[in-house]
Design a protein around this ligand. Structure first.
Ligand code: F0G
Length: 461
């Protein structure tokens, strides 16, 4: 849209069906957050007004996708919808083989199991919770090789998801290439704030990896957002289409895992894509154990059809540019209100810097966890912690202490309007105004793995 001249980019869709929602009263919210053990993951959806917990599986499908659901071929084997999904992945991303899975972590499980041996190292551009959990369960040690700028919420580097090649080289020198089965490269980087990786960096990582015979596996979960950032920010790409950029990005990878619940614009689904036939064979041998036949892998035929169509819709510039603009609108309004957020504003979410909200709360009293609870109390808006609770504990049982202690306001695709974001800004502003009166939290229950999903807390008096 070269002639773009609006105050903000208007929606490239209109609304055909609505889902009513309401703002719970202050009393209801106090009751609900206590019942949820101060963990927004444990709130009932009915107790939430605007739900910014995640952009995962919370997307609005198009009429075209809903129509696709009616064409589900629910054969146990050889569903035609699988063929459509396979064609879409080949056409848009350029991989030869597609293994469908019930969602992204299903693909992560299979990839980790077929590639990692105990004692291996997997470098990545910052960890993601489920990705690292599967790598560790398969016996690997994760090593963060993202650029230092990514750990600084104030730094405005345009490609904060980039790999620091010197860190990657240092790991190769330290442990040897034979103990690095693959590099795990997220495009964009969720935990860094939805930050993209530049094309130049993807290419450089691939070249370095090839020199040592190490494979590169993308976490393609938000690859379309990454492609749009490249178009907007990287010289030489301004006139390329999203599809052209995607094809070039994936030419620097040997395979990918994908959570279709994000840039696939569906509510469930995912896949593992590969070029190597031997790896593909190993993956199909495991998918039948953990997911289902290689032609459905945990999805129904209709789900695969919706995902195939969603992948095409997401690769359209009007869709993704509007999405990035919605996120930017929310972020810029918060900045205008003086709220500390991670900069630059990312692709799928705005991240609040909880350290600067609550400098008086030490990290092991969980400032971001408390901030998410406070925003809910103020407004009924649900957000999520992305700090020390999400980071979990190391093998010795000590907390990981991530530099970033954040609260994520995650924007579902095609669901909310700009007016909703104005309400969210007021909600965060209310929490900001009350920041001096807030204390930390302590655990009442802590699960052993991926603790953020089900942990319970109580306020420290
Ligand atoms: N990789 C990234 C970068 C993700 O953000 C997610 C999920 C996954 C992999 C796993 O995919 O949920 O389909 O199994 N992220 C969600 C979130 C949960 O809220 O950020 P999944």
């Amino acid at each position: 849209m070269d002639s773009y001249k609006y105050k903000y980019r208007p929606e490239p869709y209109r609304i055909k069906m609505v889902e009513p929602m309401r703002i719970p009263t202050r009393e209801q919210r106090e009751e609900a957050i206590k019942r949820a053990g101060y963990n927004t993951f444990l709130l009932n959806s009915e107790d939430v007004y605007i739900d910014l917990l995640t952009d995962s599986g919370t997307n609005a499908m198009s009429d075209n996708q809903w129509a696709g659901l009616m064409l589900g071929d629910e054969a146990y084997a050889g569903s035609k919808n699988f063929k459509h999904l396979e064609e879409a992945v080949r056409d848009l991303y350029g991989f030869k083989y597609v293994v469908p899975t019930h969602q992204g972590r299903g693909a992560e499980n299979i990839l980790s199991k077929i590639m990692i041996k105990p004692g291996d190292y997997v470098p990545g551009n910052m960890y993601f919770t489920t990705t690292r959990a599967h790598q560790e369960l398969a016996g690997a040690t994760f090593r963060d090789v993202i650029i230092d700028e990514a750990h600084d919420p104030e730094n405005e580097h345009p490609f904060k998801g980039n790999v620091d090649l010197a860190k990657l080289q240092a790991l190769i020198d330290e442990v040897g290439p034979e103990r690095i089965p693959y590099i795990s490269l997220a495009v964009t980087v969720n935990m860094a704030g939805g930050q993209p990786v530049s094309m130049a960096n993807l290419k450089a990582v691939y070249e370095l990896a090839q020199k040592y015979g190490i494979k590169v596996m993308f976490d393609a979960t938000r690859c379309v957002e990454n492609a749009c950032f490249i178009k907007h920010r990287e010289p030489g790409y301004e006139n390329k289409t999203i599809r052209e950029i995607l094809r070039e990005m994936f030419s620097y990878a040997d395979g990918c895992t994908m959570s279709g619940k994000k840039d696939g614009i569906v509510n469930i689904g995912g896949f593992l894509a590969l070029n190597d036939q031997e790896l593909y064979q190993k993956a199909t041998a495991l998918v039948v154990v953990y997911e289902g036949m290689p032609s459905y892998g945990g999805m129904s035929g209709r789900d695969m059809e919706a995902l195939a169509r969603g992948l095409y819709e997401a690769a359209d510039y009007d869709f993704v540019a509007h999405r990035l603009d919605q996120v930017r609108y929310l972020g810029e309004k918060l900045l205008e209100a003086g709220i500390p957020i991670v900069k630059p504003i990312g692709g799928h979410a705005v991240f609040l810097d909880a350290r600067r909200f609550y400098p008086h709360i030490p990290q092991d009293e969980f400032p971001a966890q408390m901030l998410a609870a406070q925003i809910y109390l103020e407004s009924g808006v649900r957000t999520m912690e992305r700090g020390i609770i999400s980071a979990g504990r190391d093998a010795q049982g000590n907390h990981y202490y991530p530099k970033l202690e954040l609260v994520r306001l995650t924007i579902p695709r095609r669901v909310y309007t700009y007016a909703h974001f104005d309400y969210v800004v007021d909600a965060v502003q209310a929490a900001w105004n009350n920041r001096q009166n807030v204390k930390g939290l302590r655990f009442v229950y802590e699960p052993p793995v991926l603790r953020f999903f089900t942990a319970r807390f109580e306020p420290i008096q």
